[in-house]
Design a protein around this ligand. Structure first.
Ligand code: ATP
Ligand code: MG
Length: 311
């Protein structure tokens, strides 16, 4: 703990209260798509998390016991890590869980150039002078949201460490520049996701970060379940959805043998949506399944052959 944090702790202990609550921050600009317009709190004030509340139930087809396990993790506010390949349902799952638990969800797409200030907040200069703006992590911790850091390994390790005091028993977030320590709201939870396949030595989480989290593994669901999801999401019938899943299964077998990644559930939904619109199945599959994942002529031929087997 540095001197500033120690001083703030001492000041708080003297006052016998939690972290100071400044005026509600203007909305941050995380990547989450708000599913509900701004609303007012019961007390009549603006709800700083209104834009992040999920009112419509997101469609989630349970695959195993992930819902019960996540609920248990949330009950003890265990930070969670969702691992799995692209397009297999990690984001949808966290949206569904936030809805089920009735908690707002703030999503941040992590990237290499992201700084700690992008997460925590910064002073902004406007006509009235300088004012503090909470970053998405501070907003979630202060008012009680689930904060979802998507593709967290993309962020540099010196950025990732800002989550450490929030993800152990302290549950606090020091805002060094502002001279404030936020004590996390009881509803706050941190969730991170990443695709283990894309990791390199340079891009991995430190053990001291990993060991703060519980983890759930995600993968493409088994045939019948995936066909059900594709049919539901794209509007094609079950038979067509089943054929799309067969094509994906063929492609997934080629992973590591010329393909970096197999065809995801997301891609199958794209193909299904085109077919449901009246696009011929062959063209839909080439456009949505084959061309995006490879430029290699032989590989394209192999995938095209898989498509023509079923359509
Ligand atoms: N079990 C499931 N129930 C309902 N929909 C699912 C399920 N699994 C996958 N999907 C569908 O797959 C789509 C892609 O999933 P999602 O966007 O959550 O992937 P992701 O794992 O977050 O991928 P990325 O790592 O690229 O962000 C979702 O929009 C959803 O339609
Ligand atoms: Mg995602």
């Amino acid at each position: 703990m540095n001197t500033l944090t120690r001083r703030l702790y001492a000041a708080r202990a003297q006052q016998g209260q939690g972290a100071a609550r400044p005026a509600p921050a203007a909305s941050a600009s995380p990547a989450a798509a708000p599913l509900r317009p701004a609303a007012a709190t019961a007390s009549g004030g603006a709800d700083p998390l209104a834009a992040y509340r999920i009112t419509r139930e997101p469609y989630w087809r349970p695959v195993a016991d992930e819902v019960a396990l996540y609920e248990a993790a949330y009950a003890v506010r265990m930070p969670m890590m969702l691992k799995g390949p692209t397009g297999c349902g990690k984001t949808r799952f966290v949206e569904y869980m936030a809805w089920k638990l009735g908690k707002p969800l703030i999503t941040v797409a992590c990237h290499e150039d992201m700084t700690a200030s992008d997460l925590v907040g910064r002073f902004l200069l406007d006509a009235q002078g300088t004012r503090w703006q909470d970053g998405p992590l501070a907003l979630a911790a202060r008012y009680g949201a689930i904060c979802y850091l998507d593709e967290v390994v993309e962020a540099r390790q010196d950025t990732t460490v800002v989550i450490h005091p929030l993800t152990d028993k302290r549950r606090m977030l020091p805002l060094e520049k502002k001279g404030e320590v936020i004590e996390a709201h009881p509803d706050f939870q941190l969730v991170i996701s990443f695709n283990p396949g894309y990791q390199s030595l340079m891009k991995d989480l430190k053990q001291s970060t990993k060991q703060r989290f519980g983890a759930l593994d995600f993968d493409y669901p088994e045939h019948e379940v995936e066909a059900e999801i594709v049919a539901h999401e794209s509007g094609v019938d079950r038979e067509t959805a089943g054929k799309l899943v067969h094509i994906a299964e063929r492609a997934r077998n080629l992973k590591g043998h010329g393909l970096d990644e197999g065809i995801s559930t997301r891609m199958l939904i794209h193909a299904g949506s085109l077919i449901a619109q009246g696009v011929p199945a062959l063209s839909a599959c080439r456009m949505a399944l084959v061309r995006p994942i490879t430029d290699d002529a032989d590989m394209r031929d192999a995938l095209d052959a898989a498509v023509t087997t079923y359509f």
